[in-house]
Write a protein that binds this ligand. Sequence first.
Ligand SMILES: C[S@@+](CC[C@H](N)C(=O)[O-])C[C@H]1O[C@@H](n2cnc3c(N)ncnc32)[C@H](O)[C@@H]1O
Length: 263
Amino acid sequence: MPDDQTHARRVQEVFARQAAAFEDHRHNHALTHDSQWLFQSLRVEPQDLLLDVAAGTGHAARALAGRVRVAVAVDLTEQMLQAGKQAAEQQGLSNVLFQRGDALRLPFLDESFDVVISRFASHHIERPDVQIAEMARVLRPGGRLGLADVVADEDPAVARTQDRLERMRDPSHTRTLPISEIVAEMQSLGLEAVTVESRAVQHAADPWLKRAGAPTEIADSVRGELRAEIAGGAPTGLRPVQREGELWLAQVWACVTAVKPGA
Ligand SMILES: C[S@@+](CC[C@H](N)C(=O)[O-])C[C@H]1O[C@@H](n2cnc3c(N)ncnc32)[C@H](O)[C@@H]1O
């Protein structure tokens, strides 16, 4: 694994390029329509101060902004924050704050927020355990935490193949966690009432590869490994199928919620 700062630079290079695509309604269904279910079971109140960690353009923060007092979107990549700020202005939102910051050292005092969420980000972070600990640190007693992400197969060998293919597609990918590890991490921090909801989400392979800007030869190799699984080869963790002449795969998305005790 590269060191902290090398990886942080890689993340910013990758997401500076993707910032516009995150707000392009022709291509961002996965971030809007398909992911609406993710924080549905998380309680949010009109007086809540909500933090969205590694928020990107703040899709989740903006979606929840109408139900809370203030939503803060923190991210490492300036271009993502700028695109999010512009989108928030266009939506007429006045209670979303965009701030640059690192999920591994959140620039907030302990116990500052009523709700802390993060979506589709832990698999870009080198130490998701530190990210979750930081999210718990800035949560007030009685506050609610929600972590949503692509998750790994519970078989470590399959998970390693899945991560290798995801990393070929997008070099800022670090490691997807299995649900069991996310739950164990939250419990080790003393969080309570842990709940899990997960769904398999289908993607056509070609646009999925294109969205991340994978070079042609890399995209061909990924497609080759997916087709090899369909032909009876080892599992990739990406559940490939051929449908009407098109290659599809599935990721499992999970939303794990918990409550910080001590209110
Ligand atoms: C796939 S995007 C998801 C954005 C957003 N959460 C969403 O669901 O639309 C991942 C985001 O994580 C951010 N990120 C990665 N590592 C980070 C870190 N250590 N601290 C803060 N943000 C980080 C990237 O800049 C990028 O905006």
